[in-house]
Design a protein around this ligand. Sequence first.
Ligand code: OGA
Ligand code: MN
Length: 295
Amino acid sequence: MSVVVKQIHPVFVGEISGVDLTQPLTSDVANQIEAALDEHAVLVFHNQAISDEQQQAFSQNFGELENAKGGNVTKATDRRLEEGMNDVSNLGKDNKPLPRDSRQRLFNLGNRLWHSDSSFRAIPAKYSLLSARVIPDAGGNTEFADMRAAYDDLDAEFKTSLEGLICEHSLYHSRGALGFEVTEEERTETFKPVLQSLVRVHQASKRKSLYLSSHAGKIHGMPIPEARMLLRDLVEHATQPKYVYAHQWRQHDLVVWDNRCTMHRVRSFDESQPRDMRRTTVAGTEMTASQDLAA
Ligand code: OGA
Ligand code: MN
């Protein structure tokens, strides 16, 4: 089996053919896929009708699965999918679209803001793998932005001013931006803030990238309005059309992205129709910043 990669956007995103993800991969093929991710940051695989087990097995070629604990407001008893799977569908346990006022639905609306998965964890995610099991007739594209290309294009003096800046990330910031009502327990326990570098270096490619996310809400040592304004300006810069790829889903597509150097968001769709999207997440291996700074 040989992996064929075709770049489908001017700055990133590879479309892969020649791989059947229902089957175990040889380490050679897994290495070729990881090398393609190091270069292209987002990979698109078509016609991969995989089960949850196969998706988990494929994901584990690239590291350990992230423990999803604390990443959402869904109660264990309300879960539709088994542990190990992140349910990013619009469906409840009964496989029907969630009602308008469902807390789970309102929380998931946060995925429409530009973000990087798990940037609210001290050790944030490496890869996300999203499988389209059922898609709506229209809408619901997922957009990706290349944070390496966005960083490269900043002028040298501005790059220097960003060096060493540390941001506070929390689900409280992304959900707060939408006015989602957070309980006291969520605010102090589940959504406990973590610190992340604003600029990070991708280990394998050695490329620098902006590490932005809707979860970022403060910058250490900077007044909050100034920090929020800088973050807004950076997100606006980094999500210009020249850095963005919009993925229009076909059923059984699997898209893999590197959270360390991209952001993504989902666009709106008719929520009376099922959109059954299932994600596995490969855990990262290191922090981007020390967690010791006083908050
Ligand atoms: C995710 C996510 C976008 C989508 O799975 O991390 O943000 O298209 N999903 O559902
Ligand atoms: Mn996401």
